[in-house]
Design a protein around this ligand. Sequence first.
Ligand code: FAD
Length: 457
Amino acid sequence: MKRVKIVGAGLAGSEAAWQLARLGIPVELIDIKPGKMTPAHKKPYPAELVCSNSFKSDDPQTASGLLKREMRQLDSIILAAADQTRVPAGSALAVDRDAFARTVGVMLEATKLIKYTEREICSLEVEPDTVLLLATGPLTTEKLMSAMSKEWGELLHFFDAAAPIVSFDSLDSSNYFTASRYGKGSADYLNCPLDQKTYLKFRKALIEADKVAIREFDRKVFQHCQPIEILAEKGEDTMRFGPLKPVGLTDPRTGKQPYAVLQLRREQTTGEMYNLVGCQTRMTFTAQREVFGIIPALRQAEYLRYGVMHRNHYVKGPEVLDTGNQTKTRHNLFLAGQITGVEGYMESAASGLITGRLIALIAAGYPADRIGEIVLPSTTMMGALSAYVLSTDSKDFQPMNANFGIIQYDSELITARRKQERRAQLVSASDLHLASWRERYQKLCNEYGIRYENSGL
Ligand SMILES: Cc1cc2nc3c(=O)[nH]c(=O)nc-3n(C[C@H](O)[C@H](O)[C@H](O)COP(=O)(O)OP(=O)(O)OC[C@H]3O[C@@H](n4cnc5c(N)ncnc54)[C@H](O)[C@@H]3O)c2cc1C
């Protein structure tokens, strides 16, 4: 059996370590935390959520819901911990972030096969008897990044921003109402209504506010995570059709739909911390207090965490990676998570999950050059994401979220024309293809002496 080392105990690294340990394979899990932290990591736990506490929709007929459905079928630790620490958030899967990360830590430790080492890894060197997985994320440390650039050329990057979190006690309860959009599910959000005058004042303040200067920022912001001030600049109504949309919400004080609504989502089961949904920002901390203070419910808000902006790095997937996230330059070196060019918490975890499963076979003796034979099909969301990072033109290579544009349609199974029915068929096709992949995977485990039966997988 080869030794397995994983660098990065984030979402991808934790998931990969879990998968290996569940198959009875010992793992050394290495992270610079808690002694040193990246600019966004603050807590000692593994699988830390650095920004939002939401994993997006849990409805399997949405792309991110389908991804979760597949990951649950493959015994994801991230989803098991998320299900245990869920907070109410309508149809989204949101968690108490500290309880979530603590649960991941406890589950990893309970396997008794994962040895945690606190260390910064700065090179790509791998001993011949070892398989190394780098899952160091978008904030990979400088030294390791320069080793990567030396091996594979300059890394690509984009900017990502986090939204502020405020304390519940500091909110003005006479200026918000609890409801979920269209009354779907329980009334989990605090909705701060804005009349037209306040909305326009808020927009003007966002545009004029002091921002933290970042060179090249405007060209390289991730399109699904635009700071609120950029949306404000785009047009008078852009925010009202985006994060501040009022549709499906009725203010009980007026019986009417407000002009705009800023929603606050609960951060913890106890409901003491609330996230300003869609308000990721690069405004200075003083400006955040002033500008968000224009919203009546937030006039006296206490900021438990301010919004921040960071540069996210990723490799040129198509040039650097082969199937199964194996690097082209070294057969025993793998990458997983956001560094490969997937984007999002769940996407990063999914990348760790499948890479962990493939590494398990290689550690047990499966030939590293035959990985292509056991990758997940692109008719599953997980398989489609893995294929995406390899296939796109590397010059314009952009990170990708789960979406129905990348999945391969099995023309025998997907025949309906209407969107709703097609989505249902896509879910069934994913179930079917995943089941047949699991069967093949299980056979290979048996062939290479991996104890699949007792793994609980
Ligand atoms: C500011 C910011 C906000 C984001 N907001 C969201 C969001 O709201 N929703 C969303 O879905 N996604 C968000 N993302 C994107 C992405 O989903 C997360 O970054 C996610 O955590 C990526 O998972 P990962 O496992 O690839 O990396 P991470 O979870 O970042 O884990 C990487 C780990 O590697 C460690 N590490 C780094 N370098 C080294 C080294 N040289 N040696 C040892 N250890 C090292 C780090 O300490 C860390 O623990 C955000 C990213 C950033 C940077």
